[in-house]
Design a binder for this molecule. Structure first.
Ligand SMILES: [Mg+2]
Length: 350
C-alpha cells in the first residue's frame, strides 16, 4: 500500500562499503562542540568537558520491530534515532552524538538507503546531534539497524530510575496509547490491501495515531522545559514498553510503591474513538501499548506549583511506601495491582 514504486535502482555493490558510507553521510554537518573527530578516522573522538557521558543502544530488526510494507524508510531512519534519543533524555541528559550501523540485503538498492539516511539526517538536524560513525554490512535476509546514542549531563542534574521517594508525584509527558493504536490501524489496512490491492487506505481519521507510530518524537522539549522551570526529577524513565511496565521498573529501582489514578491517564480524543472502534479498553492500551516515547518521572511535592497547568505534563499518581505495592485506582475507585504485560501480551489477548 505504501510501496516505493520508484524505478531507479542503483546496486549497492557498485559503490563498495567506504564509497557507500561516504555517499550516505556526505551531507551530514557537525553541530556539537564536543564532537572532535567524526566519520573518516579509525574512531570518533569526543570531548565531554567535565560532564558525565550517557550511552545507549537499540537494535531494530525487520519483521520484528518494523514492517516495511507500511513503514517508509525515511520514517524508519527517523524513528531509529528517536528510540535512542528518548533513552538519553530519560537520563535528563542532552543527546549529542549517534552512531548508526546497518546490515542490509541486496534487495535494497542505494536509493532505499538514501531514504533511510534522509530520515536519520532529519532527526540529527532537528535534535542537534552529530552522526559520528557506524558500520555497514550485508545481511542475507532483511534490514537491521542499530543506533547508539551518546549524551552528556552535569553530574548534579543527571536523573536515574532509583531516586523516587514516598510522597513524590508521578508525572507523564504528552498522551499515551496512540502509537499502539496507530500500529493496529496500519496492520488492519495492510490486511485490507492484501485482499484488495486496489483499495485506497483512508488514514485521515487516524492521522495522529499513525504519525505517533511512524514518526514519534523524543521529548527533548520536556528535558529543556524542566530545566527552564527549575524542576529536578527525582527519578525518570522513558515509555517504550507501556506505562505499567515502566512504572514497575521505576518503583522497583526506587524500592517504592505507587498509586496510579486511571482517570488521570492522558488520552488523545482520537485514541478514545479508535479504541471504541476496535473494541479495546483505552486504559489497557495506555498501560500496555508501548512505543509512546514519552517521559515518566517523579517530582517532589513542593515542585507541583511549577508544573501545574502545563499542557505537556500530567500528574497521574504518587509514590507510596514499598510495602503498599503498585496499585491502579480505577474510575470506580477500586484498587487493582499494576502488572506488566507489554504490547505482545496485549496482542495474545485479542
Ligand atoms: Mg528506556
Amino acid at each position: 500500500m505504501f510501496e516505493n514504486k520508484d524505478e531507479s535502482r542503483t546496486s549497492l555493490g557498485e559503490l563498495g562499503e567506504f564509497g557507500l558510507i561516504n555517499h550516505l553521510t556526505q551531507t551530514f554537518k557537525i553541530k556539537q562542540s564536543s564532537t572532535v573527530t567524526a566519520i573518516g578516522d579509525d574512531a570518533a573522538v569526543i570531548d565531554p568537558d567535565g560532564k558525565q557521558l550517557v550511552v545507549t543502544t537499540d537494535l531494530l530488526v525487520e519483521g520484528v520491530h518494523f514492517d516495511l510494507s507500511f513503514m517508509p524508510l525515511k520514517h524508519l531512519g527517523y524513528k531509529a534515532v528517536m528510540v535512542n534519543l528518548s533513552d538519553v533524555y530519560a537520563m535528563n541528559a542532552e543527546a549529542t552524538q549517534i552512531t548508526v550501523s546497518i546490515a542490509v540485503s541486496n534487495r535494497f538498492p542505494l536509493e532505499a538507503l538514501e531514504e533511510l539516511y534522509a530520515g536519520i539526517e532529519l532527526a540529527c538536524s532537528i535534535y542537534n546531534v552529530d552522526l559520528i560513525g557506524g558500520d555497514t554490512t550485508s545481511s542475507t535476509t532483511g534490514l537491521l539497524i542499530s543506533v547508539t546514542a551518546l549524551g552528556q549531563a552535569e553530574p548534579a542534574t543527571l536523573v536515574k530510575r532509583d531516586g523516587a521517594k514516598d510522597g513524590d508525584l508521578l508525572v507523564v509527558s504528552g498522551d499515551l496509547g496512540a502509537s499502539y493504536m496507530g500500529l493496529q490501524v496500519l496492520e488492519r489496512e495492510k490486511q485490507v490491501y492484501k485482499v484488495n490491492p486496489n483499495a485506497q487506505p483512508d488514514l485521515e481519521p487516524y492521522a495522529y495515531l499513525v504519525e505517533r507510530q511512524l514518526k514519534p518524537e523524543a521529548r527533548k522539549d520536556v528535558v529543556e522545559l524542566l530545566k527552564k522551570i527549575e524542576v529536578q526529577p527525582t527519578a525518570m524513565i522513558d515509555i517504550s514498553d507501556g506505562l505499567s511496565s515502566e512504572i514497575i521498573h521505576l518503583c522497583k529501582s526506587s524500592k517504592t510503591g505507587v498509586r496510579l489514578y486511571e482517570e488521570k491517564i492522558p488520552l488523545d480524543p482520537q485514541l478514545i474513538q479508535v479504541c471504541e472502534e476496535f473494541e479495546l479498553d483505552s486504559t489497557t492500551v495506555a498501560l500496555s501499548g508501548g512505543e509512546d516515547y514519552e517521559l515518566l518521572f517523579t517530582i517532589k511535592q513542593e515542585d507541583y506549583e511549577k508544573i501545574k497547568g502545563n499542557p505537556h505534563l500530567t500528574v497521574i499518581g504518587h509514590i507510596t511506601p514499598e510495602n503498599d505495592g503498585l496499585n491502579l485506582i480505577t474510575r470506580a475507585n477500586t484498587s487493582i495491582p499494576i502488572v506488566a504485560r507489554g504490547w505482545n501480551a496485549l496482542k495474545d489477548e485479542e
